[in-house]
Ligand binder design. Structure first.
Ligand code: IPM
Ligand code: MN
Length: 340
């Protein structure tokens, strides 16, 4: 893709600090000289509370026509019980992930100075459309003492293999190429066996990439004790969700963690969002750290083929040496732009 292309971007600021951090992302894109045509989409908790709208087919189809989607954060304030659990998660976020076939959730981590993972860089490649998130299961005899609730984990050979292949593709670019499968093969023997066989199969195509396996409980210890052992972690949807919060915490805090919900087959746009949530408690105070959103923006630029801008931004964030704790949201961006 030519670097002078105009990219059409759907922008979902969302709730709480979401719009604040997305505004900083747009400032950074402009400073980098990348041409985008942003279109705002009013979606999330505030929209739902106003008129009951979550996401319909027409809006999903409209989103599909963009080159990428930039999202801030979605969700009500803690303790706000007006939105039934799952309404926005399943109805909006997962609907976009499934509907746009965003089958990879790519989450890179770089331990900031002073963090447990200081100096370590690794990434989690999380399967993003299957596992326990797929919606399999149901309830029988609801509300009785004989109630039965099941929620199975869906793992297709096709879904696992495309995820594992993406992990190996990411690994070949590393200085020390390594893929670690994280699962619980000693208990989840059906799903674990499928993942393990797929990793062995795909590894045959990548002789230069080392492979390893950790049980998910042990991986929680290693992420804290020895994060340097990891290159690319590949794992299922739920393990990846949990591990990426832990990885964020040991790398300096969730305020830094970026993610790309990717459709590497490019049958539709990919979606880029910080791992953190709406943080209503600090919304409007100017205290939100925009670096997670800005790092997600770097992933978006990379995906759009704006490789020069993506590398410049990535490097500026990696080398960022100002004290985020004393800077305002826009102040962080000001300091970052000086270092571009
Ligand atoms: C994340 C979030 C989502 C997830 C929620 C909000 C549905 O926690 O992106 O990690 O579980 O995937
Ligand atoms: Mn999560």
């Amino acid at each position: 893709m030519a670097e002078k292309d105009l990219h059409r971007i759907a922008v979902i600021g969302g709730d709480g600090i979401g719009p604040e951090v997305v505004a900083e992302s747009l400032r950074v894109i402009e400073a980098l000289g990348v041409s985008i045509a942003p279109t705002a989409f009013d979606l999330g908790a505030a929209r739902y509370l106003r008129d009951g709208f979550v996401l319909d087919d027409a809006t999903l189809e409209e989103l599909r026509s963009y080159d990428a989607i930039l999202l801030g954060a979605i969700g009500p304030a803690l303790g706000d019980t007006r939105i039934p659990g799952g309404t926005l998660e399943r109805g909006l976020l997962l609907r976009m992930r499934f509907g746009l076939d965003l089958y990879i959730n790519y989450r890179p981590f770089h331990g900031v100075p002073g963090s447990l993972a200081e100096g370590c860089s690794f990434a989690i490649v999380r399967e993003n459309t299957e596992g326990p998130y797929a919606g399999e299961g149901g309830v029988l005899r609801h509300g009785t003492i004989h109630e039965i609730a099941t929620q199975g984990s869906v793992n297709t050979r096709f879904g696992v293999e495309r995820c594992v292949r993406y992990a190996f593709e990411r690994a070949v670019a590393l200085e020390r190429p390594k893929v670690t499968l994280v699962h619980k093969t000693n208990v989840l023997t059906y799903a674990g066996d499928l993942w393990q066989r797929v990793v062995h199969h795909v590894a045959g195509d990548y002789p230069g990439v080392a492979t390893d396996y950790n049980h998910v409980d042990a991986a929680c210890i290693y992420l804290v004790d020895d994060p340097a052992r990891y290159g690319i972690i590949v794992t299922d949807n739920l393990f990846g969700d949990i591990l990426s919060d832990l990885a964020g915490a040991v790398s300096g805090g969730i305020g830094y963690a970026a993610s790309g919900n990717l459709n590497p087959a490019r049958t539709g746009p990919s979606l880029f969002e910080p791992v953190h949530g709406a943080a209503h408690d600090i919304a409007g105070t100017g205290r939100a750290n925009p670096l997670a959103a800005i790092s997600s923006t770097a992933l978006m630029l990379e995906h759009l083929g704006e490789l020069t801008a993506a590398r410049r931004l990535e490097t500026a964030v990696a080398e960022f040496d100002a004290d985020v704790s004393v800077l305002s949201t826009s102040g962080v961006t000001d300091e970052l732009l000086k270092r571009l």
